[in-house]
Design a binder for this molecule. Structure first.
Ligand code: AHR
Length: 307
């Protein structure tokens, strides 16, 4: 007899539910926690059995989780790839086993797009561009040098690559805006603090911090305050995500601008899983709807912020 939750011969669990194997990046940020909570809530609400695996930031853990899902013959595999490259072999194994794969949040660089059914998530290049556009507007009329330090996300991850590019493109026509330091803080608050401490020690004049997520920005704020400077004033701060902690710092004037990246992908993901399992065609790329926040907009939005 199959155990509870085992897949029967016709697919699905033995109680007839569609089974999804989901490999999450880890728990590096407030965004990630909100994303995990949303997916865990959306699965039962959609009548889907979720097998959830936390890769703790390691690609090898994600690859073995995906191989495990293939062995367990889940109906659909979904994952948020920690980095963009190195997925072809395991995605081919899933394809050979006839298990559809959905990418959520982050992209892979596989040339063969038949290895996955769809990619649901944000346009990270656009997010970086919006961050840069804000700085260009804020710097209008200033002719002296504007020194920017950048806290990058996880090296090799799609949001780090794309947010760096979008920002660089947006400021390119303004030679007085210069990225004087750029280093990874791995999307983590503690790393954001440590790297910002190093930036402050090595760089006499920092005008702006661009952090690829709120958490690194919040860590950097601790370093800036410890160095006797006023975040949001002495050093302007732009971040991405708009999680509650980030929005609170924005409303308090410690961050100047946040570009939203929505972690609430669960409901759409479950709908897509049902469709690909039923053999229906879905769009290859599904973009998440998101916005941007000034300090005033953050004050207005905070009371209703869900994550
Ligand atoms: O992939 C989305 C990014 O990953 C979020 O911006 C960041 O906070 C997270 O860790």
């Amino acid at each position: 007899l199959a155990g509870c939750g085992d897949k029967d011969a016709a697919g699905g669990s033995d109680d007839g539910k569609l089974v999804m194997g989901f490999s999450q990046v880890g728990a590096e940020s407030g965004w990630r926690t909100a994303n995990t909570n949303d997916i865990k809530a959306a699965a039962p609400a959609a009548g889907i059995e979720l097998k959830f695996s936390d890769a703790q930031g390691k690609q090898e853990n994600q690859i073995s989780a995906i191989r495990g899902f293939i062995t367990q013959k889940v109906d659909v595999i979904a994952f948020s790839p920690v980095v963009t490259s190195g997925w072809d072999a395991v995605l081919k194994e899933a394809k050979d086993a006839d298990i559809p794969v959905i990418l959520t949040d982050r992209a892979v660089d596989s040339q063969d797009t038949s290895l996955y059914k769809t990619f649901l998530g944000s346009d990270f290049v656009k997010e970086g561009k919006e961050a840069g556009d804000w700085l260009v507007k804020d710097s209008a009329g200033k002719t002296g040098p504007i020194n920017v330090v950048e806290l990058q996300g996880t090296t090799g991850a799609a949001p780090a690559i794309d947010r760096q590019k979008g920002f660089a493109d947006a400021i390119a026509a303004n030679p007085n805006i210069k990225i004087v330091k750029s280093q990874t803080g791995d999307f983590k608050r503690a790393d954001g603090k440590t790297v910002m401490e190093q930036f402050l020690q090595s760089t006499p004049k920092i005008d702006v911090l661009y952090a690829h997520n709120d958490d690194m920005g919040l860590g950097a704020i601790e370093a800036i305050e410890a160095a006797g400077k006023v975040p949001g004033k002495d050093i302007k701060i732009i971040t991405v995500d708009a999680v509650k902690d980030g929005m609170t710092a924005l409303a308090a004037g410690k961050i100047n601008y946040i570009v939203e990246c929505s972690p609430l992908l669960g409901t759409q993901l479950m709908e897509l899983a049902k469709k690909v399992h039923a053999g229906e065609s879905v769009e290859q790329r599904i973009l998440t709807q998101e916005t941007t926040f000034t300090q005033e907009q953050a004050k207005a939005a905070l009371p209703d912020r869900k994550y």
